[in-house]
Design a protein. Structure first.
Length: 314
């Protein structure tokens, strides 16, 4: 219920309420009359409230299956559309220059405490980005890709292929933490889309009323704030992905009945074989270990995270 309210109902409610106010004010047909927005009698007010609630609920239900797509578009997966593929190349070049500037600042010589703090900050920001060869056009995409291409790879695992499986091994406390971060990310993304939609409809409605241009301008500003919030949460989520592999990668082997490695070299080899099997590639003969397996609880809700990374892999 909490996720439905945060991720679906609230963002859709903002858009439906703004659109309803513009329609009742007559903004699309001429000068806005804001006195007409709220009816003067209680029955009319109750009717408006019921209509807004129903429309918001229907819109939230209709858009729920497109949640992964809503995130992917803001991440910058635009190559499949000819109209945006060229723009993606331009923005990737911008991201590359930012990456190079951060690298030079992080590796440059410093003098004084202020310069040292700036270099440390540049190094921290650089670690929150993927390698320069796999950059995406947007900051949100790069924040998520930093986790999706490095959390498991440090141990020889393909993160995108293994994440839905290793997530099933996490504790309830870790699952709650991941769920909270994922809900915050989806909420920020949906708020960004909602404010962008409000900016469009308000711009169309009051284009001839200069004194009301602040409506779409304010909506664009709020969309930018929501997007920045999504980037911050995405960086935290990527960090949590690293923690999951740090703590639970051997439990994945336990659940698969693979033998545990004795050193880091053997770990790389066995996790490489596991990743090959997950991605459907040919692997050699595997010796299973059925003696030390354990059952794990599955009472935590893992669906949101599995669906997201399955969508990224697709």
């Amino acid at each position: 219920m909490r996720r439905l309210l945060m991720v679906g109902f609230v963002p859709c409610g903002l858009f439906v309420t703004c659109l309803g106010a513009l329609v009742r004010a007559g903004s699309f047909a001429g000068r806005s009359d804001w006195a007409r927005v709220i009816p003067g009698n209680p029955s009319g007010q109750a009717g408006i409230l019921v209509a807004l609630t129903v429309c918001t609920s229907l819109l939230a239900l209709l858009l729920q299956p497109f949640q992964v797509r809503a995130v992917r578009v803001l991440e910058g997966y635009w190559d499949r559309w000819p109209a945006t593929a060229g723009l993606a190349g331009v923005l990737i070049e911008v991201q590359r220059r930012r990456w190079e500037a951060l690298r030079e600042r992080a590796e440059g010589a410093v003098r004084g405490d202020t310069a040292r703090r700036r270099r440390a900050d540049a190094g921290r920001r650089l670690k929150a980005r993927p390698d320069v060869g796999v950059l995406l056009p947007t900051s949100l995409g790069n924040a998520l890709r930093a986790g999706e291409l490095s959390a498991g790879e440090r141990y020889g695992l393909s993160t995108l292929a293994s994440w839905p499986r290793v997530y099933m091994q996490v504790s309830d406390r870790m699952s709650d933490t991941l769920s909270a971060a994922r809900d915050a990310l989806d909420t920020s993304v949906n708020l960004c889309w909602s404010f962008l939609a409000v900016a469009v409809v308000s711009g169309v409605a009051v284009y001839d009323e200069v004194n009301l241009w602040w409506l779409w301008g304010g909506a664009l500003l709020l969309a930018a704030v929501a997007y920045k919030g999504a980037v911050i949460v995405a960086q935290a989520y990527s960090g949590l992905m690293h923690v999951v592999y740090d703590l639970h990668r051997f439990e994945l082997l336990d659940a698969l009945h693979y033998p545990l490695p004795l050193d880091d070299q053997a770990e790389q080899e066995i996790f490489g074989a596991v990743s090959d099997r997950f991605t459907g590639q040919a692997v050699g003969r595997v010796s299973y270990d059925h003696g030390g397996g354990r059952s794990h609880s599955d009472d935590a809700d893992h669906r949101t995270h599995s669906e997201h990374v399955d969508g990224e892999a697709g």
